[in-house]
Design a binder for this molecule. Sequence first.
Ligand SMILES: [Fe+2]
Length: 516
Amino acid sequence: MKSKKIQLFVFSFILIISPLLGGLNNVYAKDIPPVYVHLSWQNDTLTTMTISWKTSEETSSIVQYGIQDVLENEVTGEDALWHAVELTNLQSNTIYKYRVGDGETWCRELTFKTGNSESAHFIAWGDSRTFRDERVKIVEAVSKINYDFSVFDGDMVEAGRETVQWYRWLSDFGPAIQKNPFMPVLGNHEKNHSNYYKVFALPGREEFYSFNYGPVHFVALHTCVEDYGGSLDEQAEWLRNDLEAHSEYPWKIVVQHRPPYSSSVRYYRNETEDLLTTLVPIYEEYGVDMVIAGHDHWYERLEKNNVSYVVAGASGAPLYSLIPAYSINESIIAESVYHAIYIETYDNQLAFHAFRGDYTTIDKFYINKVVKPDLRVESLPLNYYFNKSETKDITITIANVGEVDITEETSARIETFNNTHWDITVPALDVGEAFNYTFEWTAPDYGTYACSVILDTENQIDEVVELNNNQTFFFYAIEEIDESSFLFDGMMGLLGVFSILLVLTLVNKRWEKKRT
Ligand SMILES: [Fe+2]
């Protein structure tokens, strides 16, 4: 009797567990396309792109890519489970189509865009660990914005050693990292684990690195080295040399996990002391414009000695309560809410926009390097997505974001594909004043459509405007929602439920049989 019970238990256990195990295997079975495809840079952002992905077993690493519909180029990397292939000699500011695979099985066709030397439109975010539903909402919002790449200030996952957490993270972040390069830094939760280096292909020694995009020199630091008995001294020396070597860049932005300044209990416990004494003097000496960090799970902007310090620490981690008593002198604005930041940089100007998951604004400000009038098209509605054939009102805001009043009218033109255009007259605008213009646009079919806004078409005002006066946006008209690579997860989950029901039925039948 006892052995029959054991048999029944073993049978039930196998029945429950087998589809789940089968699920894990099948997700990566040979005939299943590569998963977790994502982009980054290891070298020049104008002419290279690194594509990473994962397969179930070691396979060859092939990328096919091209500018037109034909993927006429092919690069083969090393055989791997975690693949990373760098494409080189690309044309700058160009959209490429690509797919990855082993020569037989391929992912669907995706796109990427190479960097440009004029401007940088990027997302900054951090701390996505813990709540998947919250981070999925932020990823969804970000993935509908027209941006070039994103920087991420660490704590992507709860525990860096847990590979399954990386699978979930890659799955959740897929829409934002498949078509836009993703440049992260290590947080304390990654624990500098080898998984981080398997997932991401980054410049130089990867633990800390720098890269250039448009007018910006970016530095990515690892500020949690002391957790492992290390010190920041090595990075401080490297940082000095790196900033010295890139002094010609108009903008210098540092991304790191721990914030030197923050209205948090950590600041009051002197836990940021090492950052304040080791790194902050270098930021100030070498003219770093902005330091983007996370670790405190909220949004905050602070200002100290001409450096903007941003805490972008909530894209999924449990929100922290802001305690008014802890608010420090440097703090300008703070809110405990899930968010991301959209930053546009040109040679003379940086436009900053922190927003919640529903695109409402938390914080907006500009940094101007030149004291001149400056007319600027503010970000169009952040969500540029249309359904096929949908008509929407698009409102463009043109603002004087410079430091001098504009006393005359300015001519401007909006152009979309097909030579459709709207000529508009922008009234005289004092500093900080804005003018709204609304036009109606219908997405003719699904696809990507460019829309340019040209300000000051008759060159009535200052050279700063001439530098910044032509902005191109893209509208995306969609027909269907992308299929998920992780359909199998759902299917296997269902099979698991069916198995449990089957076992319960069998047990019930056996119990009834016993009773009779
Ligand atoms: Fe952290």
